[in-house]
Design a protein around this ligand. Structure first.
Ligand SMILES: Cc1cc2nc3c(=O)[nH]c(=O)nc-3n(C[C@H](O)[C@H](O)[C@H](O)COP(=O)(O)OP(=O)(O)OC[C@H]3O[C@@H](n4cnc5c(N)ncnc54)[C@H](O)[C@@H]3O)c2cc1C
Length: 348
């Protein structure tokens, strides 16, 4: 049997892994469940090069940003559609934060990403708050458009099966893994938060976190930057904005809660000073593990089984880089993954 891969889940992780495999000329089948689709599907995802609450750079940003941009641009070229929308972020800050910020502007490690404090630069809509900074090299990805585009692409190439995968349906025969007539060398689980019920990874401390998001319409709010203040306000065109997100550890379902909506709206009211209408709201569960790092690689006790998960709240930036790492480790058994992300940190 040639090196065929079976990928379970067509969220961000599974889709980018499959795309890298396609580019590398590998054989694969991706199983996409139409019923459960959740986390990746909520239209807009921001990528933000700095974590402003701590005024520090996002983990691995120097490594992941270039890979991220190249990958989404390549997919755009192959699919003939735009998915990546670069856009500066305006951060609303207090006096102390502004002081730290102003020092960082002269620090070579940060200066590529940030801009000087400039009140005049900020336009309509957030004028009841007075201090701002600006982050460059940020923006958002239209995730549902990307995943739909890739779904059609893989379907047209004969690489996608629409089905709900059940663990009991796989068999281990002569060093291969079988599922519904497909024979593969490796099954790669990219199930998002559903991984917490995966019997092969039951010792991985998945800690699902619920997130909620709303869409508003606001005629007068400026549309050429993202506003960041304990939440984001992303312009998506035609005076519409995505506002989010909340974060709560949960074993509850994915339904929306009124309290969180009220919390989000009151935070929004602190930031913008214009009348708006709420058009829509969503909730989803992030796939997070206890140390807040991705989890990937081949199972230490079963070479037929692998995982790519734990992208947490920064999936848009991390998934391209770690999809590539994942492919390297699958095709080269001697490739060493960073200990910070290797599945072995939980299972060895
Ligand atoms: C409200 C909210 C806001 C967020 N905001 C941001 C943001 O601004 N920026 C950012 O970078 N990240 C953000 N994230 C996180 C980001 O969405 C995730 O990191 C990313 O989508 C995770 O992708 P995934 O493929 O690992 O998981 P998922 O997107 O959950 O995909 C898993 C897929 O596997 C499928 N699946 C599971 N089990 C089966 C099965 N048995 N058979 C077939 N298919 C199966 C599911 O249907 C699903 O399609 C946010 C998350 C939420 C919930």
């Amino acid at each position: 049997m040639e090196n065929h891969f079976l990928i379970i889940g067509q969220g961000l992780a599974g889709s980018l892994l499959a795309y890298d495999m396609y580019k590398a000329g590998l054989q694969f089948t991706i199983v996409s469940d139409t019923e459960n689709r959740q986390e990746s599907d909520i239209v807009t995802r921001m990528y933000n090069t700095d974590v402003f609450e701590r005024l520090a750079k996002t983990w691995l940003v120097d490594e992941v940003l270039q890979v991220m941009t190249n990958l989404y641009k390549n997919i755009e070229k192959d699919l003939g559609q735009q998915f990546l929308y670069p856009m500066d972020i305006v951060n609303v800050q207090n006096e102390n934060e502004i002081n730290v910020w102003d020092e960082r502007i002269f620090d070579g490690d940060f200066s590529n990403f940030i801009d000087t404090t400039n009140k005049n630069w900020v336009k309509r809509g957030i004028d009841n708050l007075s201090l701002f900074d600006r982050t460059e090299k940020s923006g958002y990805v239209n995730l549902s458009k990307l995943l739909n585009g890739l779904k059609n692409f893989f379907k047209a190439n004969g690489n996608l099966v629409e089905a709900n995968f059940h663990y009991k349906d796989i068999g281990f025969i002569n060093g291969d893994i079988t599922w519904r007539g497909t024979t593969s060398k490796t099954i790669v689980f990219c199930e998002g938060h559903y991984a917490s019920r995966n019997p092969y990874f039951k010792d991985v401390p998945f800690t699902p976190t619920k997130g909620e998001l709303i869409e508003i319409e606001c005629e007068e709010l400026a549309e050429d930057y993202i506003v960041n203040k304990d939440m984001f306000v992303i312009p998506i065109g035609k005076h519409r904005f995505k506002v989010g997100t909340t974060q709560r550890f949960t074993d509850a379902g994915e339904e929306y809660t009124k309290n969180t909506l009220d919390d989000l709206l009151s935070r929004l009211d602190e930031v913008i000073s214009m009348p708006y209408t709420v058009l829509n709201y969503w909730s989803g569960i992030r796939s997070t593990v206890s140390d807040d790092r991705p989890v990937l690689g081949v199972h230490p006790y079963n070479q037929n089984i692998a995982i790519f998960n734990g992208l947490g709240s920064k999936g848009v930036m991390l998934a391209p880089y770690f999809a590539r790492e994942m492919v390297y480790s699958l095709v080269n058994k001697n490739y060493i993954l960073s200990k910070e992300v290797d599945i072995r940190r939980f299972l060895s």
